[in-house]
Design a protein. Structure first.
Length: 162
């Protein structure tokens, strides 16, 4: 056999196929782990969906807000609502941690759908007499009517650190 023949000998195609299959399997395993890991993160993070964008600066922890809202359990049971009462005033730093996190991603005039995981809602201590079970996830529809910058300072209070 000459040197020229040895240089042009066909490669073992079975080895290349196994290499590509191994590579695809590795990519699929990585995607599966990423999806599995992100679902655990989503279960521990507040999810905010913008239904209608607001305008102006994003709400800060020291701000006050005037909002219209409806709070529901994941089965659709309404446990609280501002309907019939008009917009409700709140200090961002004095609400449950998940609600405060959601508000700090909103703007005046915006409408939002929010999912708060149980650990960031009431945890294992829901309000007595409410239909909220321990560690229940909560859903809210929120319309930010007004934002009052630095309302906590104006009221002589300091926002809680959540």
């Amino acid at each position: 056999m000459s040197v020229a023949e040895a240089a042009h000998r066909p490669a073992n195609s079975g080895r290349a196929v196994r290499l590509w299959l191994g590579f695809l399997l590795l990519v699929a395993a990585g995607l599966g782990l990423a999806f599995w890991g992100s679902s655990k993160v989503r279960a521990q993070t507040v999810q905010v969906e913008t239904v209608q964008a607001g305008s102006g600066p994003v709400i800060k922890p020291e701000d006050g807000v005037l909002i219209e809202y409806e709070g529901r359990l994941t089965d659709g049971t309404v446990f609280d609502s501002s309907a019939g009462r008009g917009p409700t005033p709140m200090l961002v730093g004095q609400v449950i941690p998940g609600f405060a996190q959601a508000l700090t991603r909103m703007q005046k005039g915006g409408k939002y759908k929010v999912r708060i995981p149980g650990k960031l809602a009431y945890g294992d201590s829901p309000p007595p007499g409410s239909p909220i079970q321990p560690n229940a996830d909560l859903d809210f529809d929120i319309h930010v009517v007004q934002v009052v910058p630095n309302a906590a300072a104006m009221m002589g209070g300091q926002p809680q650190v959540n």
